[in-house]
Design a protein. Structure first.
Length: 117
């Protein structure tokens, strides 16, 4: 079941997506398992992505958008021409994973003024 967004959420996501470039291109061969896997990877890392579709008919692009959203449990944000914008919130990271990432960060660099005190 696809994710459902309110009009306010959709408007905010459209504004965020304006500066994005398409990260996945769907050619004439259509939606394959490899394309779905690439869309899934991009949604996991970015949440909001643009997809370019080279299908000629608008109905075909509408079906692709519906299939992608139903398969990946994502929400359609926008469909303008041959560009589709979809959103899926990233899965919550575990506390242990967040701590591991924080431990890898370098300590803040000391400035010249901090040495003078």
């Amino acid at each position: 079941m696809p994710l459902v967004l309110t009009s306010t959420e959709r408007r905010a996501l459209r504004a965020r997506a304006h500066a994005l470039r398409p990260v996945v291109v769907i050619g004439d061969a259509g939606l394959s398992a490899a394309v779905l896997a690439e869309i899934r990877r991009n949604l996991d890392s970015h949440e909001l992505i643009k997809i370019r579709v080279f299908a000629a008919a608008r109905e075909a692009r509408d079906r692709l958008l519906a299939d992608i959203c139903a398969t990946l449990h994502a929400a359609p944000v926008q469909h303008i021409g041959k560009i589709l914008v979809i959103f899926r919130s990233a899965p919550e990271e575990s506390a242990a994973h967040k701590n591991k990432i924080a431990a890898r960060r370098k300590p803040a660099r000391r400035t010249k003024r901090s040495f003078q005190r």
